[in-house]
Each structure stands twice: as C-alpha cells, then as structure tokens.
Design a protein. Structure first.
Length: 138
C-alpha cells in the first residue's frame, strides 16, 4: 500500500512520460472511439465501466459502446488540450479538454468537454474503469 508521501511522489502532470503499455492503450481508446470499433471498445473498457456524461447521466459500458457504434454516429478525430495526467502503481487519471465534432442521428454536433478517464491495470492490461465529462464554454 502506498503512503501519502509515496502517492504524491508518484503523481505528475501533463509532462509525465506514461508507461508504454498505458500510452498505447490510451491511443487505442481514442482511435476506437473515432472509428466506432466495437471490439476495441470492449477490450479497453472494463466490464464494470461507468460514465457520468456531460448531462449528468450515468451510462454503462454497454450504453457507451452502443452510442459509439450506432448507425448514423460519427466522431471526428480530436485533440486533447489542457492535458491532465496522474499516475500511481496500477492506476492513472488521464483527461483534459476536447472539442468534439461529428454527426449523430444525421445531425452535426459540436461540444466542448472537460473529461477525466480513470484507468486501472487489471490482469496485465490497462482498461478505462470510469469517465466523468462536463461541458466547457466554447
């Protein structure tokens, strides 16, 4: 178990160099969202994943995957600004602000979100276990 001092020493900011396997998982997760890749989303989201979306509603792993793979849904590639990274043992927080654009149900959308993804290393692989998102002003 980490002491408070050890935990604080392990925590770092946006300049933190991530372990290669976590960096690869985070990149794969971003790509899976953009491509609507069901298999990758199922691999990268923990079975007990939970999202608090920007409307304050709770969504399960199955609901998030259904949203990203729905016919008529497209998420354009995005860039994360004001990046946040915190790392400890087998856990991490990665987030920031992103302007998301695309099409949902045939209608274009644009939303600016502040988000935090909580990652855990389970069974030797990194998975997102929790996400919180809130709307940011444009």
């Amino acid at each position: 178990m980490l002491t408070v001092f050890a935990l604080l020493a392990a925590v770092s900011g946006a300049g933190l160099k991530l372990p290669a396997d976590l960096a690869a998982a985070a990149q794969a997760y971003d790509q899976a969202q953009v491509k609507g890749d069901r298999a990758a989303l199922e691999r990268l989201l923990a079975a007990d994943y939970l999202l608090v979306n920007s409307r304050g509603k709770l969504e399960s792993r199955a609901q998030l995957i259904a949203d990203y793979t729905a016919p008529g849904f497209r998420l354009d590639p995005f860039t994360v600004e004001h990046e946040v990274r915190r790392l400890w043992g087998d856990g991490a927080v990665m987030g920031g602000v992103a302007t998301l654009t695309g099409v949902d149900g045939g209608k274009p959308y644009r939303v600016r979100l502040r988000f935090s993804d909580i990652w855990a290393k389970r069974g030797g692989r990194w998975q997102v276990i929790y996400t919180a998102a809130s709307r940011e002003p444009e």
